[in-house]
Unconditional design. Structure first.
Length: 314
C-alpha cells in the first residue's frame, strides 16, 4: 500500500516530565518519563517537530531530563519548581504496581509566560497530557492560552490517584476542556478513578448526542483505550474498534502503551488530518496499536516502532 509523504508539523506537548523509579524483586531502576514527555519523545521519533512544556526543578534529575530530551531532538520550555523535579515510584515487589509521587509531582504546575504562550501559538497541534486539571487557576490559564482548540488540541487527562488534590474538580475541568478539543483520549483506569464507573459511561459523558450528528466532526473525537481489549474511537456516529496487535516476543512492560498509542494517533492527525471515515480510522488505530505492541515488548515507556512495517487493513 502506498502512503502519502510524511508532513512534519509543529507540535507542542504540555504536561509532566519526571523520573520514573521502578522497584521490583530484582532491584531498582530509573527512567526519564512522564506521560507528556513520553508523547513528546514518541512524536519526535515519528518524525515530528516537537516542543515540550513541562516543570523541572534545579537538581540532578532535571539535568537528566534535559539531556534526554536533547538526545531525541525535543525542545524544552521549562516551568520552574521550587520543590525540585517530579518523581514517580512504581513499586512492583509484590506483583501489582503501587505508585507514589513526590511533593513536586503532587504540586506540579505550568508557568504560562511568554515562552510558553509562544510555543502554544506557533504549534499546528497542541497535546495536553497529565495536566493539573484540579487546579482552577492553572486550568483557567490553560484555556486562555490556547486559541482554536477545536481545530488543534488533543487532550489526555491521565489522572493519577497520588497526584489528585480534588477529584471532582479534575473531572469537571477535564470534561470541559475535552468538549473544546479536536480529540480526547480516555482509558478504563481513568473511568474507574474519576467516575467509579465503566469506560463506556465515561465516553458517553464526553460525547455529544450522536443521534443529532450525521458525520464525524460535530464534537471531539473520543479515543477510548482498554488495555488488552484494544482501543475504540467514537466520532459522531462512527464507532471504530481495533484489538491489540500480536507481535513476536513477550510483553515486557505495559507502562508506555497508552502514551505510544496517543503518539501514533497524533502522528496520523499531523500527517493526514483527523480521520473522517471508518476506513481512515481503522488505518489510524491499526498503526497505533502496532506501535503500542512494539513498545510494550521493551522495558520503560520509550516508543518503539515495529521491526517491519505493519500490515494495514485494506
Amino acid at each position: 500500500m502506498t502512503h502519502p509523504a510524511q508532513s512534519t508539523q509543529r507540535i507542542t506537548v504540555v504536561g509532566d516530565a519526571l523520573i520514573d523509579e521502578l522497584r521490583d524483586p530484582h532491584g531498582s531502576r530509573e527512567f526519564v518519563g512522564g506521560a507528556a514527555l513520553n508523547v513528546a519523545v514518541g512524536l519526535a521519533l515519528l518524525g515530528q517537530d516537537v516542543t515540550l512544556v513541562a516543570m523541572l526543578g534545579d537538581d540532578e534529575s532535571a539535568g537528566r531530563i534535559r539531556s534526554y530530551l536533547d538526545d531525541y531532538g525535543v525542545r524544552l520550555v521549562e516551568s520552574p519548581s521550587a520543590l525540585g523535579t517530579s518523581r514517580a515510584i512504581s513499586d512492583r515487589t509484590d506483583g501489582e504496581p503501587r505508585y507514589e509521587f513526590n511533593e513536586a509531582a503532587q504540586h506540579r504546575s505550568i508557568r504560562f509566560d511568554n515562552a510558553t504562550r509562544a510555543a502554544l501559538d506557533e504549534a499546528d497541534l497542541v497535546v495536553v497530557s497529565c495536566f493539573p486539571f484540579d487546579n482552577a487557576a492553572q486550568y483557567a490559564e490553560l484555556v486562555g492560552a490556547i486559541a482554536r482548540p477545536e481545530e488543534r488540541v488533543v487532550v489526555d487527562g491521565n489522572p493519577r490517584a497520588g497526584m489528585l488534590a480534588d477529584r471532582a474538580a479534575f473531572l469537571e475541568n477535564f470534561e470541559d476542556f475535552a468538549s473544546r478539543a479536536l480529540l480526547a483520549k480516555v482509558g478504563d483506569e481513568d473511568a474507574e478513578l474519576l467516575l467509579g464507573d465503566s469506560l463506556d459511561a465515561f465516553v458517553a459523558r464526553l460525547s455529544r448526542d450522536a443521534e443529532a450528528d450525521t458525520a464525524p466532526g460535530f464534537g471531539p473525537a473520543i479515543l477510548a483505550t482498554a488495555g488488552r481489549e484494544g482501543a475504540t474511537v467514537h466520532d459522531g456516529r462512527l464507532v471504530v474498534h481495533a484489538g491489540i496487535v500480536e507481535l513476536s516476543g513477550p510483553v515486557v512492560d505495559t507502562m508506555g502503551a497508552g502514551d505510544a498509542t496517543l503518539s501514533a494517533i497524533v502522528q496520523h492527525v499531523a500527517e493526514r488530518g483527523l480521520p473522517q471515515t471508518t476506513i481512515d480510522w481503522e488505518t489510524a488505530l491499526h498503526e497505533a496499536m502496532t506501535i503500542a505492541a512494539a513498545t510494550v515488548r521493551h522495558e520503560g515507556a520509550l516508543l518503539r516502532k515495529p521491526a517491519h512495517d505493519p500490515v494495514y487493513p485494506s
